[in-house]
Design a protein around this ligand. Structure first.
Ligand code: 5AD
Ligand code: SF4
Length: 433
């Protein structure tokens, strides 16, 4: 009889894909099927994030809760970035945890489940050619990893310590996954990596040289059946003209791009070791916007990084005012263990809270401005989710969430929709085909 697996996924898209790999491995090698009910599970896994302090603090209280409600004999495991970061410490603090598997060790999951006390957290483990079993959480879009780890050393970031150095996945493995995905009916490919546009710099097999992210995009778009390509995250430093040209001219590449700013102050960017200036960032966004009128740009911003003065913060607001981002993921700086910024001079917490609010308020005015402009326009929408209220939801080419009245037969189709209503975060419309 099959056993039940409950898995909670925190953090980024990379974790979402790791969760798919975990489910796949355990279904093939352990006869587990996923459940949404933790109290009926034979195995409970938390796939953790450690990029900021809060989710780490939450981990131990959640583990305590799961230990209380779990069924007799059920196992508990911790995976992901906090697993890499805390390792055996987790079992010391929560001795009922059965195993710990780091973000770079997903291929060890079946072994860990069968061997109580396993701690697999080697960040140099090379999984670039490991053939994971197949499981996808969506029938419409395929998450595909193109690289593992990160070779930047941004001074605020714990990721290089939890996911290890950057290694690119061989192109033939990626292209094979793309082909398999479209053959099973998916139209959208979502490429994942910590720095996708640094693709091709490090392969474990040296023969695969001379691949760039631009070339990978070109090869993927040649695969018959691929209709949409998305990716996250590119790094502003590697947004060269060749990449921007491909992004703007390739009709299969969706016109929503994440360009993580972090700070608008060149001085703070230097202290963060981001490798670009305020002017470079503005120039890249301007170039993209001038070539694609309906492009949408999202970003990540950290406020109150150590040493951030009022003037530095005004530089961030200035970039926000000039680019008018469509979406901002705002964070208050959170010191992470063993990162250089954690030992720099810290900013008072209330200053960070105030700056965060100022940024949120400014961004809301831009969102309202952008969203209103969609009324009366026509978007190609890829429908993927039927709602209980008779609406069906999909995404436009430039990443807008669109709802229309409709039924099941629209699922998996890309259809023209004329927009009739907007809120700050989504649109409603009518089908015009
Ligand atoms: N504090 C706050 N935000 C952080 N991020 C990464 N590290 C930290 C930190 N120590 C944010 C960055 C990154 C996003 C994924 O998380 O903005 O782009
Ligand atoms: Fe962290 Fe910087 Fe790497 Fe992004 S690029 S994962 S912020 S070190």
């Amino acid at each position: 009889m099959s056993k039940k697996l409950f898995i909670e996924t925190l953090g980024c898209q990379m974790n979402t894909r790791d969760t798919e790999h975990i489910i796949a491995e355990l279904s093939v090698h352990g006869n587990y099927t996923p459940t949404l009910n933790s109290s009926e599970a034979d195995l409970i896994i938390i796939n953790t994030c450690s990029v900021r302090e809060k989710p780490v603090a939450k981990l131990f209280s959640e583990l305590g809760q799961f230990n209380k409600i779990k069924k007799d004999g059920a196992k508990i495991g911790v995976c992901g970035c906090t697993a890499s970061h805390l390792g055996g410490e987790i079992i010391k603090r929560a001795p009922y945890v059965d195993f710990v598997v780091g973000a770079r060790n997903v291929s060890k999951i079946s072994y860990a489940v069968e061997n109580k006390g396993t701690i697999e957290i080697d960040i140099n483990n090379d999984e670039t050619s490991y053939e994971f079993s197949e499981y996808r959480s969506s029938n419409f879009k395929a998450n595909i990893n193109i690289s593992l780890g990160c070779d930047k050393q941004c001074t605020f970031c714990i990721v290089p310590a939890t996911r290890g150095d950057e290694i690119s996945i061989p192109p033939e493995i990626i292209l094979n996954e793309v082909r398999k995905s479209v053959n099973s009916g998916m139209k959208e490919i979502f490429l994942l990596g910590q720095n996708v546009n640094n693709y091709g710099k490090h392969f474990s097999n040296k023969e695969s040289d001379k691949w760039t992210f631009t070339k990978l995009l070109q090869e993927i778009s040649k695969v018959e059946g691929v209709e949409r390509i998305r990716f996250t995250s590119p790094h502003p430093l590697h947004m060269d003209d060749e990449f921007i040209e491909e992004f703007t001219s390739n009709p299969k590449i969706c016109k929503l791009i994440h360009v993580p700013l972090q700070s608008g102050s060149t001085k703070i960017l230097k202290d963060m070791k981001r490798g670009y200036t305020k002017e470079w960032f503005l120039n890249r966004c301007e170039k993209i916007k001038s070539k694609i009128p309906n492009v949408r740009i999202s970003t990540d911003i950290i406020v109150a990084f150590p040493g951030e003065t009022e003037k530095d913060f005004l530089d961030t607001l200035d970039v926000v005012e000039q680019v008018k981002f469509d979406q901002i993921f705002n964070f208050k700086y959170s010191p992470r263990p063993n990162t250089p910024a954690a030992t720099m001079e810290q900013i008072e917490s209330e200053i960070g809270t105030r700056r965060l609010q100022t940024l949120i308020d400014l961004h809301k005015t831009h969102q309202d401005e952008h969203m209103k402009k969609n009324i009366g326009t026509v978007h190609k929408v890829y429908f993927e989710d039927l709602k209980p209220n008779g609406e069906i939801m999909g995404f436009s080419d430039n990443g807008l969430q669109v709802f229309v009245k409709g039924s099941e037969e629209l699922l998996g189709k890309i259809i023209n929709v004329e927009i009739t209503h907007n809120s700050r975060t989504s649109l409603k419309g009518i089908i015009i085909e």
